[in-house]
Design a protein around this ligand. Structure first.
Ligand code: CA
Length: 350
């Protein structure tokens, strides 16, 4: 405590980042292509060869296959290309002394001290994102304490300098989140012509979707799994359709974002040899102004559809309310804010 907290400094830059109000929310068209691209896929395939033995042993211990571990690594830090250069003790102490999320960051600061005390890393070397996420797979101190492992056996859990420790720790974290061995995250699918789009986002046993005519993109029957599954259309009915299984929810335990989880799953598939999406993401806005989404939520609420709170973020409740509105007009009820839908709500698309 004395040696670390005696030396921490308030970092104004951290406070600025924490208080910055986003003005836009990304669309899938603005999110996916910058994260899953040919360069990142081919780098992932090189690393799959390079770390084959390690990745196979991680799969043996945790059940998480090599291509998924690589996908997390690729998305979190571009395979270790950028680990973050903020002093984590400074960041966490700054946020702990700020009123906004003091309890959470006070806890994370104490966890960081425990990591330093254990001898895993010196305080001066504990670098990370402005919010305190650390190392190759960007663990917060609480995840570090619970899930990081010393897989290379040098006595330290080193998530910065040891790829072995970092990737094994990612596997352990996913195992603890409930990763189901031998199963995929989900996949891109084809929907039948008469698909009832109001069912998007609903959780149903896989056979229910199969009976409705959902198939692989090649038109083949989906392997029958004992699994709850959802259909997601992140770019609307004229974009790619995905079916998601239990392990998709596990990925969301790491980062509570459907876009993130779809992106991990797809990057993993591509590293393992899959091609690009069978159905391209349609041209459309790369981001939505939060003000527009908020307006959309307000108008839906005024008209008696329940879109959740008007927070400007396009989540499942907003999608469902928008789909109900579209159905009431006889539009395709995919819950996606197409120009015609916005027009019917009296909202100017920007
Ligand atoms: Ca180690």
């Amino acid at each position: 405590m004395d040696s670390v907290l005696g030396n921490v400094r308030q970092n104004e830059d951290v406070l600025e980042n924490d208080r910055a109000q986003p003005e836009f929310t990304r669309t899938f068209a603005g999110y996916y292509p910058t994260r899953v691209n040919d360069r990142r896929v081919s780098r992932g395939r090189e690393l799959l060869d390079q770390h084959e033995q390690l990745l196979i042993s991680i799969q043996h211990d945790t059940g998480v296959p090599p291509h998924y571990v690589l996908a997390f690594w690729g998305l979190e830090t571009n395979y270790g290309g950028y680990l973050g250069n903020y002093s984590v003790p400074d960041s966490l102490a700054t946020l702990a002394c700020d009123s906004r999320r003091s309890d959470y960051f006070s806890g994370e600061l104490m966890n960081a001290l425990r990591i330093i005390e254990r001898g895993d890393v010196a305080a001066a070397d504990m670098k990370g994102s402005w919010a305190g996420a650390m190392g190759n797979v960007q663990f917060m101190p609480s995840a570090y304490l619970k899930h990081a492992v010393d897989a290379d056996g040098d006595g330290k859990r080193d998530l910065w300098g040891s790829t072995t420790d970092a990737l094994a720790s990612a596997g352990r974290f996913l195992e603890a989140l409930g990763w189901q061995r031998g199963l995929r995250w989900g996949r891109e699918v084809s929907l039948p012509e008469d698909f009832d789009f109001s069912r998007v986002g609903e959780s149903q046993p896989l056979h229910v979707w199969t009976e409705m005519g959902v198939t692989s993109t090649a038109g083949a029957a989906l392997p029958p799994l004992e699994n709850e599954a959802k259909i997601l259309l992140p770019a609307g009915h004229d974009g790619p359709a995905f079916i998601t299984y239990h392990n998709f929810n596990v990925i969301m335990g790491w980062n509570r974002s459907e876009y993130y989880a779809l992106t991990v799953g797809r990057l993993a598939d591509r590293i393992a040899g899959a091609g690009r999406l069978a159905r391209a993401i349609p041209d459309g806005p790369k981001k939505w102004p939060l003000a527009t989404v908020r307006r959309l939520q307000e108008v839906l609420a005024e008209r008696g559809f329940a879109p959740g709170s008007a927070d400007g973020f396009f989540g499942p409740a907003t999608r469902k309310a928008l789909a109900a509105f579209q159905a009431s007009l006889g539009q395709v009820a995919d819950g996606y804010p197409h120009p015609a839908t916005l027009d019917a709500l009296g909202i100017q698309p920007e």
